[in-house]
Structures are given as C-alpha cells and as structure tokens.
Design a protein around this ligand. Sequence first.
Ligand code: OXD
Length: 312
Amino acid sequence: MDILLAMKGADLGAWMHALQTALPDARLRAWQPGDTARADYLLYWKEHPSALLPRDGLKAVFNMGAGVDALLDALRNHPGTVAGQVPVLRLEDAGMARQMVQYALYYAFRYQRRFYRYEAQARDRIWQPVDEDDAASFTIGVLGAGQLGLPVAQALAGLGFPVRIYSRSRKAPDGIAAYAGPGELLAFASGAKMLVNLLPNTPETQNILGRHLFAAMARGGYLVNLARGQHLVDADLLAALDDGQISRAALDVFREEPLPADHRFWNHPHIDITPHVSAQTLVQESVTQIVDRISAHLRGEPLVGIDLARGY
Ligand code: OXD
C-alpha cells in the first residue's frame, strides 16, 4: 500500500514514524512537485493543489485539519483534480474537540469572572474587586453544532452557563436551546453575553460575525472566534469594541494568516490574539483514526466522504 503525504508545514518525520509503526508494510512518501505516481491514500493539508491530480490506485483523500475549506477550494479551483472521483474524509475529532473545549472554557471564565480586569489592575497594584457576571446569567451562544461545536456547548452547559446553539439544521442535546438557519440567527444572539464561533467556512457563513449580530447581543458582550477569519467582519468588530457593545474579543483565526504586522487587531487593548492554535492536529490520535479507516476499507467497508456541495 502506498501512502502519500502532501502536508505543508507538518513535521513529516513525526507523521511518517507514527504511520510506519502502525502500518509496517505501507510504503510512505512525501509529495514533491511533479509527483503523479501511484498512491492508495493521500493525506493532504494546504499543499499545492497539483498533489490532488488523479493518480493510479487512489482510493481516498484525508483532510488533515479541522476545516475542510482549504481542501475543497483546492479541489474546486484547480482544473483536473480528483474532485468527485474519490471520497474526501475528515478526521473525526482526533483530539481537536478536547482542545477546543479547553480554549472556550478558558475564555468563558476569563470574561465572565473578569480575570482580564484583575490582570490589568495587578499591573498597577490595584486591590479592588470588580463587578463580575454570575455564570447563571452569562448566556453563551455557540455557532456550529458539529464535531467541535457540540462538545464545546455541552462542556459550557455542564459548568452552569445557559447555552444556546446555532446551526443549519436544528440539533442540540438536552438542556441546550437549538436555533436553526439564518431566520433564527438574531433570536439566537439576542441578549447573549458571549458568542463562540465554530461554524464551517461556507459562502452562507462568511461575514456572519458582523454588526447585526453584535447589536443583538447583550451590551458589553464577548466574542470568541475559533473557526475562520472569513466569518468575521473586522471593521464591524472594531466599531463594536470602540462603542462598547462588545467588551472584548478572543481571536484565534484571521482573514490573512499570519496576521499582518500592521493589522489594527494586534495592538488593540480589548482583543486577545492567539496564532491559530485553538485545536492542533495531533499526530497519534490522527494516525489511529486514519489506520482504522484504512483497515475498515481493506475489510470491504465503504469509505464515506464529506458532502462536497454542502462544504463540510
Ligand atoms: C483548522 C485546523 O482547520 O487548524 O483550522 O485544523
């Protein structure tokens, strides 16, 4: 079996070691420009789209991150790729949900308990309690009810926050209020103290984090964007922060990455920035999943890919 790794920026030594340990007989190779040779499985992440041209034996493409948008763009926009010919598989969580939960909980507490204000006060040696919100009145809206959104919503609800969830089709576990589709978006955001974005990046969801949504939230609310920079209207966030409608935002993703040195977000006193690290693809967890899927396929089970038209 030939496995081709076309994964830009990845530590290929670590991936190859984990794969070879799990599949001792597999032949592994790293993609190089011009490589159109046979491969049974392709592991792809942000590499040049020509890695996605047809090749003998190809049975599936694995997307090696949480979001499939970059892979779908490469498939659609580069002529002659294997789009529609072989399934595109996403990793089912692979340790990413756990990391997203950690990130979201950290900011929920940081904002609800106003830890950022105590940090600022401590720099000036100010000993002064500030008004905090009670968790029971700190309503959090989670946008996205997929493999990442659902566990985040459940974890927040388990800690006593009132939680709502927004998605394309209504889905939410017990105890979480579900809102579906654009017609319910403003009702979902209405009075929310914090929004956490975990939506897929599709034409319908781009620019969703904009002034109408912010205006529907409780005054002085908080925003946490863990999905894609394309979801956020940067100028609307800056205006909402200046106006006080939003108190603070935690941003892990940006329209342009790395965030350009002259971007206004960098030095904004009310924006917390992290460099797209909210959930990283963990080698061992991912390899275990890939090997399980390949083994099931070798036993004759079909490989079920994502819906390319829907975009996630
Ligand atoms: C992503 C990732 O899709 O980093 O953003 O996995």
